[in-house]
Design a binder for this molecule. Structure first.
Ligand code: ATP
Length: 211
């Protein structure tokens, strides 16, 4: 069974934390590709920056050379209205009817899942690949997810193949403490730690994160 990773995010900017988990998930879950999907209007997240959609897309395009399993889709940027992961997954399901789809997510985002549009259907339709994020442990997950997780983990072990959803996997690779928020706030002081060189070049060229 071929598996595809779908990696949604604001990517403002993309950083080595993103690259690291995308690669590690691809290795551990044997994903044939990881599709980065910059979010259009994330209704559950405010963007505190002036970066445009085109600039976020351009930055993600610049990290595609870092791994030949990486690709990018602008589907969420083109879709009108708010970005619902449910719609994004449905769109990819049509493109890849016979593949196992994995939504890659950090623990901080996963915690918000019960606020997502049609999240229960999403838990059934797709598979969740979960990366730790700092101190946020599994115990901090909302009750609904605490109830879902054990069966979902068991399904990914017992029913390895299948183009259906309902599986969960927890990343084994180490956590890299990098966030876009901290990069944006340190940028004007000349601290570019955690940002791939090609992205640093683009940010400087466009004059982003100066304020
Ligand atoms: P911000 O600081 O602006 O909230 P971010 O660094 O969390 O941004 P996003 O583009 O929002 O980056 O993240 C996309 C996805 O990647 C989310 O599911 C997030 O949890 C996950 N993620 C981002 N950075 C890391 C990291 N260092 N380790 C694990 N997961 C991460």
């Amino acid at each position: 069974m071929k598996r595809i990773g779908l990696f949604g995010g604001t990517f403002d900017p993309p950083h080595h934390g993103h690259v690291h988990i995308a690669r590690a998930f691809a290795d551990e879950l044997q994903l044939e590709s990881v599709i980065f999907i910059p979010a259009g209007l994330p209704y559950h997240k405010s963007i505190y920056s002036d970066t445009t959609n085109a600039q976020r897309l351009a930055m993600v395009e610049r990290i595609m050379t870092l791994d030949d399993r990486f690709s990018v889709s602008d589907c969420d940027l083109l879709r009108k209205g708010p970005t619902y992961t449910f719609d994004t997954v449905a769109q990819f399901r049509e493109v890849f009817p016979q593949k196992q789809l994995w939504w890659l997510v950090g623990m901080d985002s996963l915690q918000q899942l019960p606020k997502w549009y049609r999240y229960q259907a999403l838990l059934e339709n797709t598979n969740f690949a979960i990366a730790a994020r700092g101190e946020i442990g599994l115990g901090a997950m909302p009750q609904e997810l605490q109830e879902w997780l054990p069966n979902a983990l068991a399904k990914s072990r017992s029913e390895i193949d299948g183009n259906d959803g309902g599986r969960a996997y927890i990343l084994q690779a180490a956590y890299l403490p990098i966030s876009s928020t901290s990069i944006r706030s340190h940028w004007s002081r000349g601290n570019h730690d955690g940002v791939p060189a090609t992205v640093v070049e683009y940010i400087d060229q466009e004059g982003l994160y100066r304020a």
